[in-house]
Design a protein around this ligand. Structure first.
Ligand code: FAD
Length: 507
């Protein structure tokens, strides 16, 4: 690897690893700087008391609210980023998500391009992440030019029973598109995979599905424990230097192209921290939108309990329904998506209810079915990431909360009607920024968006931001596949244009 690589990618999560996989065959010298290390293959990876009660994997990090109150966010720093812990639900945004969608509490704006533009890369990303699923079950499903290569993960018997009950009510449960090899996962230990770290145990995450492809090429190098702290500009406003810290040492590298993929909070914080005399607002920020429009889905766990239902399933997370995605079912506004959660055990539940004895929680969870209700959060410039020196300040202003409450109420009603008389619900808050996005959005107008449609900064011609920051809307589906698809699209764009430009300069 050259000391001056062609491309430096900051972060090895879904955006960074997938763009690296897409660029690797170009022959460009690529250096990936990753703040964290590899997740080791240890028994603790499946120890639910360690994960959920003792927070074994949670970073020792504090973010702050605008009033100075600190909190510990579930944002993970390791090779593969948050995807090492993800539920591997790899859904496409709906076609309608790319257009204007009117919600109860505002309007979700149109993307700068329609669904059809991204569609071919959705298909490629599904193949790269070995997504299992089936077409034709979900009425909101957009057109797929290629079907899924692998069949869906099968329902275990109690889950098949609940799916059938929902169907009898006229709903349309559909198999979740999942990046998981369930046999390999269960061979290690009989646990669900949601929020459990993956060390090559069958979860298709950014490391196992994308980085592994990139690393087959000798022109790609990964440097772990290397945290980018600042970008510096040179002539013509180009990014000249990436300054990073490794083992307490401050180092720098001067690539031709920088791809920032540190996640929606950390990428925007890095640009804001890189303010200089010339760029007082931070880098890539002539629109004043960097850090703004922070979104994180409105999401709740909704648990139905019935003394006559026995849930013996291990992994549970196999179907979703979108019957209230585009409308509330009565011609009203969209409410969102409902999908199963990874199976909630007594050990997991005790993490949220520490004073409850595990034997009691065991009794409850043995008779429960666990859902995840998710509603769109709409971009709002006052919902934002800011920095104060090294501090990250997250001022999340939820939008569309009444639609979410309506979705949860609807789900409660449905669960009661299919035989679960007790239904408990709990919303996820800022400590779970899993679906963070929107802070450095793409758009056609440099006055209102920091990035063009290929995630290139309008202000710095050799800077790209390829992670969940670029998403102009959050929709109400899990974000990772859309991030990966756009990453492949951007990689093709860079390989066809900017790289040759960089090589000419090199010569
Ligand atoms: C528990 C959990 C469950 C989830 N389930 C799902 C799901 O089922 N489906 C779905 O679509 N999404 C899911 N998500 C969200 C999904 O993981 C993210 O949307 C996705 O990982 C975002 O990709 P990214 O590239 O933006 O950031 P990340 O994947 O988080 O990657 C950012 C990377 O940058 C590194 N980094 C950060 N700062 C620096 C720095 N200064 N210098 C160098 N490196 C840095 C980080 O260590 C990390 O590796 C889940 C997330 C969590 C936490």
């Amino acid at each position: 690897m050259n000391v001056t690589p062609d491309i430096v990618i900051i972060g090895s999560g879904v955006g960074g690893s997938t763009v690296a996989a897409g660029l690797a065959a170009s022959g460009a010298q690529i250096l990936i700087l990753e703040a964290g290390d590899h997740i080791a293959d240890l028994p603790v990876n499946r120890d639910q008391r360690a994960i959920f009660q003792r927070g074994h994997f949670r970073p020792k990090e504090t973010w702050y609210e605008a009033d100075g109150k600190g909190f510990n966010p579930g944002n993970y720093y390791n090779v593969g980023g948050n995807s090492k812990f993800y539920g591997a639900v790899l859904s496409r945004y709906r076609k309608e998500d790319f257009g204007i969608l009117k919600h109860r509490e505002g309007v979700s704006p149109a993307w700068p391009f329609p669904y059809e533009v991204l569609e071919p890369w959705y298909s490629r990303a599904e193949r790269m992440y070995k997504v299992r699923g089936t077409l034709g079950e979900d009425p909101t499903e957009p057109h797929h030019s290629l079907g899924y290569e692998y069949p869906p993960v099968p329902d275990e018997a109690p889950i098949a029973d609940v799916r059938a009950r929902l169907k009898r009510k006229g709903l349309h449960p559909s198999s979740l598109p999942l990046g998981i090899d369930i046999d390999t996962w269960l061979a290690k230990a009989k646990t669900p995979w949601d929020a459990h770290p993956n060390s090559k145990d069958g979860k298709m995450d950014a490391e196992t599905a994308a980085l592994s492809i990139a690393m087959r090429h000798p022109n790609v190098a990964l440097q772990t424990n290397s945290r980018a702290v600042r970008l510096e500009t040179g002539q013509g406003g180009k990014i000249e230097k990436v300054v990073y810290v490794r083992d307490g040492q401050t180092l720098s590298v001067a690539p031709k192209i920088v791809i920032l993929s540190a996640g929606a909070v950390q990428s925007s914080a890095l640009l804001l921290r890189s303010a200089s005399d010339r760029y007082r607002n931070g880098l890539a920020n002539s629109s004043d939108q960097v850090g703004r429009n922070f979104m994180n889905h409105n999401a709740s766990a909704v648990i139905g309990v019935s003394p006559t239902f026995r849930n013996t399933s291990i992994y549970q997370k196999t179907f979703a329904f979108n019957d209230f995605y585009l409308s509330d079912g009565d011609g009203g506004f969209p409410l969102g998506n409902v999908q199963l959660l990874g199976r909630v055990s007594a050990e997991i539940l005790k993490g949220s209810l520490p004073s409850a004895p595990e034997w009691l929680l065991n009794l409850v969870t043995g008779h429960a079915i666990d859902f995840y209700a998710m509603s769109e959060d709409i971009p709002n410039p006052e919902s934002r990431v800011m920095v104060d020196g090294d501090r990250v300040i997250l001022q999340w202003q939820r939008t569309n909360w009444t639609a979410h409450l309506a979705l949860v109420a609807k789900l409660k009603q449905i669960l009661k009607s299919i035989g679960f008389p007790i239904v408990l619900a709990r919303a996820f808050d800022k400590r779970t920024p899993s679906h963070q996005c929107g802070t450095i959005r793409i758009g056609n107008d440099p006055a209102s968006a920091p990035l063009d449609v290929y995630c290139r900064s309008y202000d710095h011609s050799n800077l790209f931001v390829v992670d969940a920051s670029f998403l102009p809307t959050s929709a109400a589906v899990n974000p990772a596949l859309t991030v990966a698809s756009q990453a492949l699209r951007v990689a093709d764009h860079i390989a066809s244009q900017d790289l040759s430009f960089s090589r000419i300069q090199q010569d």
